[in-house]
Design a protein. Structure first.
Length: 229
């Protein structure tokens, strides 16, 4: 028997962000769930997953005056003690990584750790901060929604605070276990406690839209595509 997690991933697998927005509205959640329009996809794609959250704060403290050789050692220390990624070891297939970077323009994720998380089973990423190595992430087809395309590394910019805890991203509180859906329209988070009810009405609107557009396709002899089949 499928677990609740597996059931939700299957329920939301084909839904668009717009359908899920409708499902939220049908449940009286008009003012909740949609992340800020400042958070946009790196490339036109879609992703669905279960929220795994992490929170980072702006770095507190001066960056020491170092030679380039000393900086090499210091940046390694920074990664291992100040800006760590403990959530990476806990990723499960179907996770959607939701990172609160406190709005800092910094590349907390990039082509390397983005691919590593993907290989562990992450199916999407969203952050109110930045992402870097964006050309490679697009080439690798890693689904990523962010506020910034960043250049800088994390050293002297952000520090790890917590993971598997509620986070605020794009004006929405996202809890671990919420359902996250993202596509070209942006991203939306569905509270776990109403996720089945939201899916019911999201599918209602999805079916109605698909059927209406299919009739128009057929009326003008347009070749059917996956959006109407």
């Amino acid at each position: 028997m499928a677990t609740e997690r597996e059931q939700l991933l299957e329920l939301y697998r084909d839904l668009r962000v717009a359908d899920v927005r409708d499902g939220m509205d049908w449940n009286g959640m008009h003012g909740y769930g949609s992340l800020s329009t400042e958070i946009r996809p790196l490339w036109r794609t879609r992703a669905v997953g279960i929220a795994r959250t992490a929170r980072y704060l702006p770095f507190v403290g001066p960056v020491p005056k170092l030679t380039p050789e000393e900086y090499t050692a210091w940046q390694g220390w920074y990664y291992n003690t100040v800006c760590t990624y403990p959530w990476m070891e806990e990723i499960e297939p179907g996770d959607f990584i939701v990172i609160d970077e406190s709005g800092v323009n910094v590349g907390l994720c990039g082509s390397n750790n983005g691919l590593a998380a993907w290989q562990k089973g992450a199916r999407g990423f969203v952050t109110n901060g930045g992402v870097r190595d964006t050309d490679e992430l697009i080439l690798q087809k890693i689904p990523f929604w962010s506020r910034y395309c960043s250049q800088g590394m994390v050293q002297g910019r952000v520090q790890y605070e917590a993971h598997n805890t509620p986070v605020a991203v794009g004006g929405v509180t996202v809890y671990p276990g919420d359902v996250v859906i993202a596509d070209g329209d942006g991203a939306i988070a569905v509270p776990r406690k109403i996720a089945f009810d939201v899916a019911t009405y999201a599918h209602q609107e999805f079916r109605n839209d698909k059927a209406a557009r299919r009739r128009m396709y057929e009326a003008e002899g347009r070749q059917l595509d996956d959006s109407v089949k």
